[in-house]
Design a binder for this molecule. Structure first.
Ligand SMILES: [Zn+2]
Length: 1190
């Protein structure tokens, strides 16, 4: 029971005050409370959340204050004080829901300083003294309370209502209103209780009620009422239970009923408010933005705050019918709520507040004068509204209204009604004479509701004159004059060039909405005039299209075309601006654009196809700016990003398919439409050879790139050597041409287009079609240099910097492409295109180089390797993408098996015995082909008769024949072929060492070897080039260990033998001490570790023994096939399609293929060598060597 006094303390006020008649005596903690008050505490503890729900009115200020001590005491009482616009309350603590005291702001007459951080709040019959913790805090409280009191007064004065009247009006609601004395059960003290709407107020007495000084209020939305006995009942809330006793049975019944109604109302009204607030724009006042607006105008279909609701009321119900969301329960029918959900603040403001100058807008904090002025201007005058195009033409407005109400287009109806259409006009149909009848007949319930609410609405009136024609024409003030050259008007498009002689010099005057042209500036009678209201389109011709440098065309309603020209760029600009301004409706703001064509067109969009609407369009380069009828701002259509653009010629409709919508543009007239159609189509095509001038996707990627990538992803990921193989040149060329002409129209289809043709089209696009590399001419060198930065983190940072500096389209394109390559290499087990292989191809492609500079490849390799980090890739998304690829591949594998086709065979060049022209063979290499199969195929093709001890074998020869490696017979050859550099090749020749090796292995413990070997490793810059020195090597348990000396206990280095790639031979440049050397590459893919080092043996035998041991360990004891003699024996006849060898390349010549592929190659080994030879560039060498040690 420790908390008990605190929880019930607010009622202590009541008890003691009632007993003593002294308000200042709070006296809680007196020990009497337990006995005198019958209060049950619910199990739910008070929470701050609960406080919030009870504080619907936004807080202005809150904080701890000391309240003056009750009489006879010197101890100040600490209170938590809250001030909102209507009440000053104080609480036992900040978590407490029910106040100890609530003082209506309206009852405060004065707030003043008392000294010692104290201040007093004075009401007509009582004074409350508070003490703050500092003078500053005290001053702040005084200022804020004073201001709140002032604002409240202003509000009431403005309305011309006396305070008490206002309070009364505000306090009385139609439902659940009841007030009177009730006894608190345990204390037997009487309190004055008043039910107002969804709140119950407790006062000490009736006078306090009148004065607005209460104890607390209870939000009924959280309360339940329960009868306890004959006269008693409980009001239970989650925070406290109030037990009351009424004066009689019938009184009790009345109270219970009233309280239950209040609760029901509170709940149901919240339902209304919550349904309407469910739309984000409805959660703040339509006029000033105050949150949780509880009031509504049911004809304007907007919700507003209490402050603005007052101003709305002042406008009169003819303009705004104000109702409470919470209290006026009966008006809120299902249809009305739906109407608010449909129109609501957003759409209403699109209309009413289309042109609000910032200086006139109001905010939460705006004072009441500004509020009044704004709301009156907005709804009474319609000052900021968006004019309907038919504004001013009553007959047309009414007609349009009758047409609109049978559709679902409520915004159109709203726009028409508030621009003057008569809701009671005659529809022309005696069976459904009014718009309401029409809407009812069409089953448009919301239209009916809207019309009903606006049956008697007054139309806002601005003082407007001169509105006599079909379209409201704006500022007549636009005047302009000067000499122009003019051709005779025509009724068809001007297609041929007009020479200077065909123009006549005219004095032109634009005034009062009319363009008049005179023989000369001295004439007073014009030769002719063009009414600006008739102008439907204005188009600038391209410079020098005609005899004059600058010309423009004016299209009119009556299908006439006027051409004007002059050589002065300045003059033409002025004229175009002036003319456009004088025929555009004032609400349409398209003048900021440097348009080539501007005017009005009919359009339909996906939402309402039944009725064409009038919109305003401006075309600037490849962008179409549109002012749709029912939007409050222009919309931007990037024509190069259209998914589709077509013309339905029979209907003269232009169909624009965007990602999110389809737009149908048509004309009211043929003449201007033809011009628009041609201009839009031209603007939608690629206009140049930069990336951004291509037709683009929504993501700013050239359509060509997207389509090729999508095609390869779908059909080419498992194709062996994808991007490395050359397609058929003529096919690639024509495909590329088609793409460049109109990428949107190109549809890639399987069967029709070969994977390699598509992949090469993509490569050629980057390499040839775009004027500058995707990395841009400016940054090109920076990208290349970045690849040489040794510090990985710095390099990444630099790439990111460079990437962010690229133009938008380049960025998007590069990211998409690297993403694609990332996916391609993920399937390298199938397509053999590892990152390195892809980099060999794409380095020179993207940098548009000849492939000599291997930095290009390194950049691409870096980008792919660091794809996720560099491009800030969403890994979840990437995972989905890869999952998708897996399923595509699975699907395709099934298809391939079924159809028995293999699209991915790679045509390779292999030599027999040595690299000479007449030893060259081109043959198809499927991914499954092993070294032994290749060997057998080559021998078979060359019809070589093999003998048992010939030991034909396949060798990888690299680095200008300085190193070679016999392939193990089970090794797959395709990945090796793909990774071969320019100075490397594959040859089938006799392995002269194999007999010796086999003999050696047969006589020894084959998986072990040790001995002294000369060793040299690649050195970092500054440590010299290194030289060979004797080291002790030991190979056991599959690990090769290096010891500094024979006696060393601990190895200096160790490597798993299976991760070593061992080549016979050492580059001469490294000055190997003997010719029996090895070049060993150690690669740890997981750790991205790569080392290269060299061994030299003293004798050939020693070299062969080591080699034999390596092979033995690497291949689990089988270094040579047992059936080596059988020619092609391993090839299944059924797989002949895979091994369908041919001496003639299937596509392109071998040389061509080399050029397209291998010429750009830079093998890591050859790269190292190249760098090493360029000793004059120490930095590069250093970087490179270090890289290889990492
Ligand atoms: Zn407001």
């Amino acid at each position: 029971m420790q908390n008990f006094p605190r929880l019930c303390s607010s009622l202590d006020d009541l008890r003691l005050a009632t007993l003593t008649g002294d308000d200042s005596a709070d006296g809680e903690g007196s020990g009497l409370s337990e006995r005198v008050l019958d209060i049950q505490i619910s199990s739910a503890p008070p929470t701050s959340c609960a406080v919030e729900t009870s504080q619907l009115c936004p807080l202005i200020k809150s904080g701890w204050l000391d309240k003056n001590p009750p009489q006879g005491s010197y101890i100040y009482q600490r209170r938590f004080v809250r001030l909102d616009a209507d009440y000053l309350r104080y609480f036992e603590n900040e978590k407490e829901v029910y106040s100890k005291r609530v003082i209506s702001v309206r009852s405060i007459t004065r707030v003043s300083y008392v000294g010692e951080q104290k201040f007093e709040v004075v009401t007509s019959n009582r004074t409350f003294v508070f003490r703050a913790e500092s003078d500053g805090e005290r001053n702040d409280w005084v200022r804020v309370i004073q201001q709140t009191v002032e604002e409240r007064k202003e509000r009431q004065e403005l309305r011309g209502t006396r305070v008490s009247d206002y309070f009364l009006r505000e306090s009385i609601s139609e439902l659940g209103e009841k007030y009177g004395y009730l006894e608190l059960r345990a204390s037997r003290n009487k309190v004055y209780v008043s039910i107002r709407g969804d709140k119950v107020w407790l006062y000490k007495n009736e006078e306090d009620h009148r004065l607005g000084i209460g104890i607390t209020s209870v939000e009924m939305n959280v309360a339940t009422v329960k009868e306890t006995d004959r006269r008693g009942f409980d009001l239970t809330t989650p925070y406290r239970t109030f037990s009351f006793v009424a004066e009689s049975d019938s009184e009790k019944d009345d109270w219970v009923e009233a309280l239950r109604e209040s609760t029901a109302e509170a709940l149901s009204n919240y339902e209304v408010a919550e349904q309407i607030w469910a739309l984000e724009p409805n959660t703040v006042c339509v006029d000033c933005g105050i949150p949780k607006p509880e009031w509504a105008s049911i004809n304007l279909c907007v919700v507003m705050c209490k402050k603005c609701a007052g101003e709305h009321r002042a406008l009169g119900p003819g303009i705004s019918k104000v109702r409470s969301l919470k209290m006026d329960k009966k008006v809120w029918t299902k249809q009305l709520i739906q109407l608010f959900q449909y129109i609501g603040n957003r759409k209403a403001n699109c209309f009413w507040a289309a042109n609000v100058p910032p200086s006139e807008a109001i905010y939460e904090s705006s004072n009441s004068m500004d509020r009044k002025h704004f709301i009156s201007a907005k709804y009474r005058e319609g000052k900021y509204r968006r004019y309907h195009l038919l504004f001013g033409n009553q007959e047309e407005l009414d007609k349009a209204l009758c047409a609109a109400v049978v559709t679902s287009d409520l915004e159109e109806t709203m726009s028409l009604v508030f621009c003057g259409a008569d809701t009671g006009c005659f529809s022309g149909d005696p069976s459904y004479p009014t718009p309401i009848d029409l809407a009812q007949q069409a089953g448009q319930v919301l239209q009916v509701e809207f019309l009903l609410q606006n049956r008697n609405s007054e139309t806002p009136r601005l003082e407007l004159s001169n509105i006599d024609k079909q379209y409201y024409v704006a500022p007549q003030s636009i005047t302009h004059n000067g000499f122009l050259y003019k051709t005779a008007s025509v009724g068809k498009p001007i297609t041929e060039r007009k020479s200077k002689e065909e123009f006549s010099k005219r004095w032109c005057v634009l005034d009062n909405g009319v363009l008049s042209y005179y023989e000369s500036d001295r004439n007073s009678t014009p030769n002719g005039t063009i009414d600006m209201r008739e102008v439907v389109c204005l188009a600038l011709s391209s410079p020098a299209a005609h005899g004059f440098e600058h010309t423009f065309e004016v299209f009119t309603d009556s299908e006439r075309l006027f051409m004007f020209g002059t050589d002065s760029a300045e003059s033409i600009k002025e004229w175009v601006k002036s003319i456009a301004k004088s025929f555009l409706p004032p609400a349409v703001d398209l003048m900021d654009h440097d348009f080539e064509r501007i005017g009005r067109l009919l359009y339909k969009d996906g939402l309402s196809l039944e009725q064409a609407k009038l919109g305003w369009f401006a075309l600037e380069k490849s962008t179409l700016y549109v002012w749709f009828k029912d939007s409050d701002k222009e919309e931007v259509i990037n024509l190069r990003k259209l998914q589709e653009l077509s013309e339905q010629s029979d209907h003269e409709v232009l169909v624009l398919v965007e990602k999110r919508r389809t737009l149908y543009i048509q004309s009211e007239r043929k003449l201007d439409f033809l011009g628009w159609a041609a201009a839009i189509q031209k603007a939608a095509d690629s206009t140049g050879n930069t990336l951004s001038e291509q037709q683009l996707t929504d993501e700013d990627i050239p359509v060509l790139v997207e389509r090729c990538v999508a095609y390869i992803t779908q059909y080419g990921l498992t194709s062996e050597g994808i991007y490395r193989k050359s397609g058929q040149k003529s096919k690639t060329t024509s495909l590329l041409e088609m793409f460049l002409k109109n990428a949107r129209s190109v549809r890639l289809r399987e069967g029709e287009h070969q994977v390699d043709d598509v992949s090469n089209t993509l490569k050629r696009f980057f390499r040839e079609s775009i004027g500058e590399s995707i990395f841009t001419d400016n940054a090109y060198q920076d990208w290349l240099h970045t690849s040489m930065i040794p510090e990985e983190w710095l390099k990444i940072q630099q790439y990111q910097q460079l990437f962010s500096n690229l133009p938008r389209v380049n960025r998007a394109t590069l990211k998409a492409l690297i993403n694609h390559l990332y996916c391609v290499q993920k399937v390298s087990d199938k397509n053999q295109m590892t990152t390195h292989n892809l980099a060999i191809v794409f380095g020179p492609t993207l940098f548009q180089t000849d492939g000599q500079d291997n930095k290009a490849g390194r950049v691409v390799e870096d980008l792919v390797n660091n794809f996720i980090h560099l491009f800030n890739v969403d890994e979840q998304q990437l995972k989905r993408q890869l999952d998708e690829i897996v399923s595509i591949i699975r699907l395709r594998d099934t298809c391939v098996m079924q159809s028995g086709q293999n699209a991915g065979d790679f045509i390779c060049t292999v030599y027999l015995e040595e690299k000479k022209a007449d030893c060259e063979l081109s043959l198809k290499v499927p991914a499954t082909m092993t070294a032994q199969e290749l060997t057998n195929d080559v021998l078979y093709l060359r019809k070589l008769i093999t003998k048992e001890k010939d030991n034909w074998c396949c060798f990888e020869v690299i680095d200008r024949e300085e190193m070679e490696r016999p392939l193990h017979h089970t090794e797959k050859v395709l990945p090796i072929l793909h990774s071969l550099g320019a100075d490397s090749y594959m040859v089938v020749k006799k392995n002269t060492a194999i007999e010796t090796m086999l003999m050696y292995l047969g006589s020894k413990v084959a998986d072990q070897k040790h001995g002294m070997v000369r060793f040299r490793e690649e050195r970092k810059l500054g440590l010299g080039t290194g030289s060979f020195s004797d080291r002790y090597f030991m190979l056991t348990d599959g690990i090769l260990r290096l010891f500094k000396e024979v006696r060393s206990n601990k190895p200096d280095k160790e490597w798993p033998v299976k991760s070593l790639k061992v080549y016979l031979g050492v580059k001469k440049k490294l000055k190997p001490p003997t010719c029996w050397g090895f070049t060993v590459i150690y690669e740890n893919k997981e750790k991205h570790e790569r080392q290269q080092w060299y061994l030299c043996c003293d004798t050939q035998m020693e070299q062969r023994e080591w080699m034999a041991t390596f092979l033995y360990v690497q291949h689990d004891g089988i270094i040579w096939p047992s059936n080596s003699v059988c020619s092609r024996s391993s090839r299944q006849p059924s797989e002949s399609r895979l091994g369908n060898v041919s001496l003639i390349p299937l596509r392109g010549s071998a040389n061509e293929m080399r050029n397209s592929v291998a010429a750009f190659a830079s093998d890591p080994l050859s790269g190292a060598q190249e760098s090493a030879t360029r000793a004059a560039e120490p930095k590069e060498v250093g970087c490179l060597l270090r890289r290889e040690h990492e």
